[in-house]
Each structure stands twice: as structure tokens, then as C-alpha cells.
Design a binder for this molecule. Structure first.
Ligand code: ADP
Ligand code: MG
Length: 730
């Protein structure tokens, strides 16, 4: 029988490669078609219910039972009019995926008549049997109760799968005793904390500002490969990445893929998932090829962070699902292929007010400029003070391959702000000790608004190596992993920003109470923050060794692995931060820490098993078969009377094959022993470190020799699709 690999290659050439997608309607016609947004709500709800809903959204309050019944009934009518049969509470548990459990509207009355029913109770709260979701010990399995509760700030939507349609109600997921068990609950709390702190600071500048929202625009990177070829790689199916595979002769060195023409088959897939996304109100805006072969990116117009998070998790699901229709596979893993770029998810973040101002957009007048400067410098200070926590927020087994691995942003958290703003901050810093009372006019006239538009336009003034960069009117947190739920990093960013703004206001108020003029007090604290957080600013090459040394001198952390990075969630500083702002209780933090460690352990454990399995059952057998062929050949040559010199190449090859086979075998055995040892450890952190240091260290050794065999063994015998096939054939 031919190998799966050869069959897949055969299929690929024989099949019509490409599923045509019907021409789309204009996007504005599709957009939001399957969302119960405020426009729909207005149409389907009574005045009273509509008001109750909008006030709940605005004030993040619960909806009472009576209104709940009305809203549920309207939702049901809207959904039935669109052919929906089932509903589900849709939530984001700590597995890193989304969860749903479908119930039908259908019910039987006591007289046996059938009808469709949906009431406020079913809308507002459910108790899924969710005992298998990770809870970090917060909820013993016998006390399995976890509740999903409607989050009115994110609108319900209809998920279509084939001809089936389900009404999805975005919810949070909490334990019986109220602890959060999901990604969304802490995010919503962090948003509230940030909003309050930001409004308070805005009051110095503009009394009309009564609402501030953090905004998020994510850029999602991903790989797309042929599904038949991918399905012949057990490592892709089990771990989302290739654990073996020699680099192809051509990788990304020619840089011919970046922004190149999108391949037709992928283009059809993109249009297909984009249409699905538009119907769900996900405002996708850009699509393009990324640097690595078969790597792509899409990005939406930014939204309020809460909605943007839902839309990103939803999109990851949609992409994965739609890809199947095209016999393609989407890889969201941070590092699916060694030797070429991995994937990230840049989180563009800013703050928007109800007055239509972007607080991180430089102003045109001294007053708005000062407001910009205040928020800009507070962000820098927040990142400096809590760099380790930000690092922890993006830590995962997958992202460890990017951070600190000489590509993508390094594990050192630093900020790039560009030349013009650096000059501005230096200018302010120089005036330490000067008496602002006499100088304030001069300070306020700092010509920020004249220099910053140049920054916006000058695209060369961009530093791709920085994990946290100011890009004209927003910060871009680039170190987030491609498969991550943005809620994690956004919860941390919003919380540390809230804390920094609260402290800022306290200090400024203190100075004002001592009789300082408002502007002068603001400038003094801004200046103090600039001086204090200066070490975190870095404009150079973040990938260079020189920076590692320099960062160490500056006292910046460089935590390269997840088990250690996660410590920052449970130190005293973080516990104080999160409990003060009511984002996490100590128990919740400890639980999350456990869950993240456990997740890390499991991922590495699975990878280790997969590497061992495929090395033994996919790599060694063809090598041995090939060696037998060579041996036969050698014997034949000997028998026919050829001299040693005539079969010396065969001999060398046989020896080489034996060497690699032996080393692989030895290392697989040793890795299994290391795993057994690691499994004996009961403390999660010790176990995670053992997996990281002792088990994972075998991966590269095994891979090195397996990849050497790939180069030696007859191509026809090789079972695993090669990089050139995965990356270039479709
Ligand atoms: P890049 O040049 O880095 O690819 P773009 O300017 O195209 O960046 O924007 C990238 C992302 O940043 C988009 O999703 C965009 O919506 C988002 N973005 C732009 N302005 C803001 C903002 N004020 N807040 C949050 N995200 C924003
Ligand atoms: Mg970007």
C-alpha cells in the first residue's frame, strides 16, 4: 500500500483543487445580518424592554426577570424568523477554546402539543453540566455547579453550520460560589476599573468625558495548508505544530510571499470565512500574505475591547470550520514550522471617550496635548511597573517558541515610541528641577502636535522587533500569541493601566492640595514618571544579543519560559493589584496559575508522546527499510565481485543511517524516562519546570537526527509529508 503521504499528494494533483465561493453581496448588506444588535432590539422590543436593555449594557447591570422574559421572547421571535431551532449559552472557559451546549426551543406541553419556548430564566442564567472545564481546584467535581450568565454588553448572534442555525448568547462562566471560571469575567471587571480610573483623570482636562472604553484591534496571523497533506501528519493533528521536518531548500529567504498575490484557493477560503464573519458583525478590514510561505493575516476595524475579544474567538472558530469546506486546514499555533516565522496576534490598544477622542492620539491644542501626554506616559509607566505581569499574560507553551527565540518580539518587555516622542520625553526630562511655575507656558507649548503627524506618516519609523510599540495613535502589544484569547493580555493591560492612573491622580491631587496649579502639578508627575520608567524605552534592535545585555543592565526581566513567567501572577505585588481592583480574588489567581501550569504540562506531555511515537513508527521504519535496500545492493555488488571502493558510498550511508537510528532510539528512551520522573512530581510548578527543562530538552536532539534521516532516505519511502509539500503545495 502506498503511504498516506503519497496518496495525499496524488489526491491533491488529481482533485479540482478549489471550491468556488458564490459572489458576495456588498459587505454592508451582509454585515450584522445574524446579530441581535440594538437596531434589531429596537424593532423587536417594547420601549420599556429596550430601555432596560440599553441601560444594562451601559451600566453593566443585570436585567430583572420580568424584562428578561420580554427580551427572551423578542429574541426567540427574531431567531425563529431566521429559521433557528436551538439556542446555547456561548462562553470562553479556561481551556482556551469557546464552549456551547445546545438546547432546542422546542418543548411539549402537558396536553402533548408541541411549541417553541424561551423565557427570561433560560436567557439570563444556565447551569451547564460543566464539571470537566478547568477550575484550578475552585470547584471540586462533586460540586460541579458552574453558571453561565448573560453578558448583555455583547450581542446575541446566530451561528450557522450547514443548514443548522443556533442562537448563541454570550455569557460569562462562574462557579456556584461566584469565582470566575472563564476569560471574560475578569476582562469585564478590568474594563470597569480602567473606565473609572480613566474618567477620573480625564476630568482634569474635559468635564464632558463621562465614558472611556479601551479599544482593541487585533491582527490575526495564521497558516493555511492542504487538509489531505496535513492529515498525514499526526503531529499537526495532535499538537497543531510539526515536531519534525527538515527545512525546505527554499523557505522565506526570498521574501517573495510577503504581501504577494494571494493564492487562488486560499483567496476563495478567505472570502468564504469573511462572509461568515460579516454576517456575525465582525468588521474584517484587511487580508494579506505574511512573511512565511503559506502564512496569512487578517485584521478588523477596532472595537470596544470586550466585543473585539468575542469577535476574535468567534473568528478563530469560523476560520477553522470554513477551512474544512475547502479541504484546507488553518494552523493557529504560534510555531507550526521550525525555521520560518511563527504567528502572533498583535493587539492594537487605545482608549476612546464618549466625546469621540482617542486618548492616545496627540492633540492639536496645548490642553489636549497635555491629556495625550498624561495617558501616553501613564501607559509607559504601567508597562514598566508591571512588565513581568504582561509577560505572564502572554506565556504559553506555543508562544515560548517565539518569545526569546530570536524572532518576533523577545521575551524582554520594552516599549518603542519612535524618535519624535523620544525627543519630546527627553526634552521634558531635561527640565527636572526647573520651576514649572515660570516655565509652564513653555512646557505646554511643546510642539507635540507638529511633530507627531510626521510620525504617523513615516512608516519607516517603525520597529518590528519591539514587543510593545507606539504606532501613532495606539499601542501595539505584539508579543501576544496567535492562538491566544486576547482577554488574558487585555485584562492585565487594562488593570495595570487602571492602577497607574489611580496613583497618578492621587499624586497630582496631592500637589494641587499643596497649592500647585493644575497644569504644573500634572507636568510634574508626568516628568517624574518619564524619569522613573525610562529603562523600559528602547528604540534599537530587540532581537540583538546586545539588547539582552543592555536590558539586563537596566534591570529588565528576560523570562524565557512559561513555567517561570507565570510566577508573576501569584506574587504579592500582583495579588495586591488584582484584589484592590476586584479583578481576581487570591483564590482565583492561585487557581488560574494552576490551570495555566497544568495546561503547559499537558501540552508538553502530548508533544513528547507524539515525538516519541512518530520517531519510532514513522521515522525509523522507512530508515530501516532503506538501509535494507542498501544492504542488499551492497551484498549484490560484493557477490558480483566489485571492489570495496565501488560500494564505499553504500557502506557510508548504511553506517550513517545506523548512527541516526541509534541516537534517536536512545533519546526517545531517555525522554520517556524523563517524563516518568516528571510525572512523579506533584507540585505543578516543579512538574512544569521538569517538563520544560528535562523532557523538552530531548525534542531538539530527536528532531535533529530525524531530520537528517529525512535527507538520507529514499523520498518514496518517507511517510511524513515534507515541509516543501506542506508549505508550497495547494
Ligand atoms: P499595521 O500597520 O500595524 O498593520 P493598521 O494601522 O492597519 O496597522 O491597524 C492595525 C489594527 O489596529 C487594525 O485592527 C486597526 O483597527 C487597529 N487600530 C487602529 N486604531 C486603533 C485604536 N484607536 N484602538 C485600537 N485599535 C486600533
Ligand atoms: Mg501591526
Amino acid at each position: 500500500m502506498q503511504s498516506l503521504r503519497l496518496n495525499a499528494l496524488h489526491d491533491l494533483f488529481a482533485s479540482s483543487k478549489f471550491t468556488e465561493v458564490p459572489a458576495s453581496k456588498t459587505i454592508s448588506h451582509l454585515f450584522g445580518e445574524n446579530v441581535f444588535d440594538l437596531k434589531q432590539a429596537r424593532e423587536f422590543l417594547s420601549d420599556e424592554a429596550y430601555k432596560s436593555l440599553t441601560s444594562s449594557i451601559k451600566n453593566q447591570t443585570r436585567i430583572d426577570r420580568k424584562m428578561g422574559d420580554q427580551i427572551a421572547s423578542a429574541l426567540k421571535n427574531w431567531a425563529l424568523s431566521k429559521g433557528v431551532t436551538h439556542f446555547t449559552h456561548w462562553f470562553q472557559p479556561l481551556t482556551g477554546a469557546t464552549a456551547e451546549k445546545h438546547d432546542s426551543f422546542f418543548t411539549l406541553k402537558s396536553d402533548g402539543s408541541a411549541l417553541e419556548e424561551f423565557d427570561g430564566a433560560a436567557l439570563i442564567q444556565q447551569e451547564p453540566d460543566a464539571s470537566s472545564f478547568p477550575s484550578g481546584g475552585l470547584r471540586a467535581t462533586f460540586e460541579a455547579r458552574g453558571y453561565t450568565a448573560w453578558d448583555p454588553s455583547s450581542p446575541p448572534f446566530i451561528m450557522e453550520m450547514g443548514n443548522g442555525k443556533t442562537l448563541c448568547i454570550p455569557t460569562i462562566f462562574v462557579s456556584y460560589t461566584g469565582e470566575s471560571l472563564d476569560a471574560k469575567t475578569p476582562l469585564l471587571k478590568a474594563n470597569m476599573a480602567l473606565e473609572k480610573a480613566a474618567i477620573d483623570v480625564c476630568q482634569y482636562f474635559d468635564k464632558n468625558i463621562t465614558k472611556v472604553n479601551a479599544t482593541l484591534g487585533w491582527e490575526q496571523e495564521y497558516f493555511v495548508i492542504d487538509a489531505s497533506i496535513a492529515s498525514s501528519r499526526p503531529d499537526l493533528a495532535m499538537t497543531g505544530r510539526t515536531v519534525l521536518g527538515h527545512a525546505p531548500a527554499k523557505g522565506q529567504q526570498l521574501e517573495d510571499h510577503y504581501f504577494g498575490a494571494i493564492p487562488e484557493r486560499v483567496y476563495a477560503f478567505m472570502r468564504d470565512f469573511e462572509d461568515e464573519a460579516y454576517k456575525l458583525g465582525i468588521p474584517l478590514r484587511t487580508r494579506h500574505n505574511e512573511v512565511a510561505p503559506s502564512q496569512f493575516e487578517c485584521a478588523p476595524i477596532f472595537e470596544e475591547v470586550n466585543i473585539a475579544v468575542d469577535h476574535n474567538t468567534l473568528l478563530m472558530d469560523i476560520m477553522t470550520r470554513v477551512a474544512k469546506r475547502h479541504n484546507l486546514v488553518v494552523l493557529l499555533h504560534e510555531k507550526p514550522f521550525a525555521g520560518i516565522n511563527g504567528s502572533g496576534k498583535h493587539n492594537n490598544w487605545s482608549l476612546a471617550t464618549n466625546t469621540g477622542v482617542n486618548l492616545l492620539s496627540p492633540g492639536k491644542t496645548p490642553k489636549t496635548n497635555l491629556m495625550f501626554l498624561a495617558f501616553f506616559v501613564n501607559t509607559i509607566k504601567a508597562v514598566y511597573d508591571y512588565a513581568d505581569l504582561l509577560r505572564a499574560s502572554i506565556a504559553s507553551a506555543g508562544n515560548d517558541h517565539r518569545l526569546g527565540a530570536n524572532e518576533a518580539p523577545p521575551a524582554i518587555i520594552s516599549i518603542f515610541i519612535g524618535k519624535y516622542l523620544s525627543d519630546t520625553l527627553n526634552e521634558i526630562e531635561k527640565r527636572v528641577g526647573e520651576n514649572f511655575d515660570e516655565q509652564d507656558e513653555a512646557m505646554l507649548k511643546l510642539d507635540i502636535h507638529k511633530t507627531i503627524p510626521e510620525l504617523l506618516m513615516d512608516n519607516t519609523d517603525r520597529n518590528r522587533t519591539s514587543p510593545f510599540a507606539f504606532t501613532g495613535n495606539k499601542f501595539e502589544f505584539r508579543a501576544v500569541g496567535s492562538s491566544a484569547n486576547c482577554a488574558g493580555p487585555m485584562t492585565v493591560l487594562n488593570t495595570i493601566m487602571a492602577e497607574t492612573l489611580v496613583q497618578f491622580k492621587k499624586t497630582v491631587d496631592g500637589l494641587i492640595e499643596q497649592g500647585e496649579k493644575k497644569e504644573v502639578a500634572l507636568m510634574q508627575v508626568i516628568q517624574k514618571y518619564i524619569v522613573e520608567s525610562k529603562p523600559v524605552l528602547f528604540e534599537g534592535d530587540g532581537y540583538s544579543e546586545a539588547w539582552e545585555k543592555e536590558a539586563e543592565k537596566r534591570g529588565l526581566s528576560n523570562i524565557k519560559t512559561t513555567p517561570l513567567a507565570l510566577d508573576a501572577f501569584v506574587n504579592t505585588k500582583s495579588k495586591n493589584l488584582f484584589t484592590n481592583h476586584h479583578i481576581y480574588t487570591e483564590a482565583e489567581l492561585e487557581a488560574r496559575h494552576e490551570i495555566l501550569l497544568e495546561n503547559y504540562i499537558k501540552k508538553i506531555q502530548i508533544e513528547a508522546r507524539v515525538i516519541g511515537d512518530i520517531a519510532s513508527t514513522y521515522v525509523l521504519p522507512p530508515a530501516i527499510k532503506y538501509q535494507n535496500i542498501l544492504l542488499e545492493n551492497l551484498r549484490g555488488l560484493k557477490d558480483a565481485g566489485f571492489k570495496e571502493a565501488d560500494y564505499s558510498a553504500q557502506k557510508q550511508m548504511i553506517t550513517k543511517l545506523s548512527e541516526h537510528i541509534n541516537i534517536i532510539n536512545i533519546n526517545v528512551k531517555a525522554m520517556i524516562e524523563a517524563r516518568k520522573k516528571a510525572n512523579e512530581l506533584h507540585n505543578h510548578k516543579d512538574k512544569a519546570i521538569a517538563y520544560c527543562d528535562d523532557v523538552k530538552s530531548y525534542f531538539e536532539k530527536i528532531r535533529y537526527h530525524a531530520d537528517k534521516l529525512e535527507l538520507l532516505v529514499d523520498d518514496e519511502l518517507w511517510e511524513l509529508p515534507k515541509y516543501r509539500e506542506l508549505l508550497f503545495l495547494r
